[in-house]
Every structure is written in C-alpha cells, then in structure tokens.
Design a protein around this ligand. Sequence first.
Ligand SMILES: [Zn+2]
Ligand SMILES: [Zn+2]
Length: 185
Amino acid sequence: MEFIKAVLVALVMLLIGDFLSTFFYHVPEHIFGKFHTLVHHSKNRSFIHYAVLTKNPLVLLDGLLGAVPYFMFVPWFWAISPPGTVLGLLFGEFHVVWRHTSMLNYQTPVFIERLCNLLLITTPERHWLHHQDAKVAYGDIFTFYDQPARAWFRVLLLLKKKFRKIGARRNKQYLETDTFTARIQ
Ligand SMILES: [Zn+2]
Ligand SMILES: [Zn+2]
C-alpha cells in the first residue's frame, strides 16, 4: 500500500511539474523570451551544458526555472508520502540528464524505447528533435503534452503578432500627432 502511494505521489508530482514547466515556462519562453533558446537550443553545446551539470549561472538559471514547478508542491507531497516525493524528485533529476544523452551518441535500447512509448515517456531521441526544431517534441517527460503545447505555441505566437501590430499602430499614431503638432507650432 505504501509503495503504491509512493509511486502515485511521484507520478502526480511529475505530471504537474511537466505540465506547469511546459505551459508556463518552456512554450512562453520560446515565444516571448530569448533566454531558454539561447541557453538550451544553440548549436555545438556539450552534454554537460544541456544536462545542467555545468556551473554556468545562465544554464543553471534556465534549469532552475524549468525545475521550479517540480519543487513548488514538495511540502504537500511530503505530507502525503516522503518516499514518493523523493522518488519523484530523483526520477525528474535522472530524466533531465538521461534525455540529454543523445549528444554522447547514446542510443536507447529497443526494450526501453518500447516501454517509454507504452508509458508515453520522452526518450532522449525524441527530446533531441526538440533541440533541433523548437516547434516540435514538447513535453520534457511526458509525450502527451506535445500536441497541446504546440497548440499553445500557436496561440501565443498569434498573440505576440497582435501585440506587435498594436504597438506598431500606436507608434505610427504617436509619430503622426507628433509631426502634426510640430507643424502647427
Ligand atoms: Zn533539452
Ligand atoms: Zn525548448
């Protein structure tokens, strides 16, 4: 019973963590920010770099911001099951390192790959697709966050374009009134 409780707590923790991290940090950061793209998607970076094993403060900050949703609810999970909380955090930490092993020419064994496909867990090969093309393969841990994340990506992109248009229109109006006042003075 305790074991099942621990596994469930770990699972819920990872589900919530990946959800919040994907929809409130990762996708918005791709649309409105430059930081994650700069740190996580630039070419010729090493495994150490991507797996947040480096001591570079920018890399650590990107990793930390992405990890906040996993730590946010620790006190609640801890109250339900301390071993489950530890299990969830350990799996999260293991997965962030593992999903970046593609850079070491690591190849997921067929058996593990099948298991991951069955459990809808992101493999290093799948995560590498995201590094190559920021529009695909969302869901750091769970693959089923990919489709809704892509839809969220499109919505935010449209919003950004709208904001830009409004901004450009305001600028134009401002410039026009400015030249008008300059003319009548
Ligand atoms: Zn990555
Ligand atoms: Zn990304």
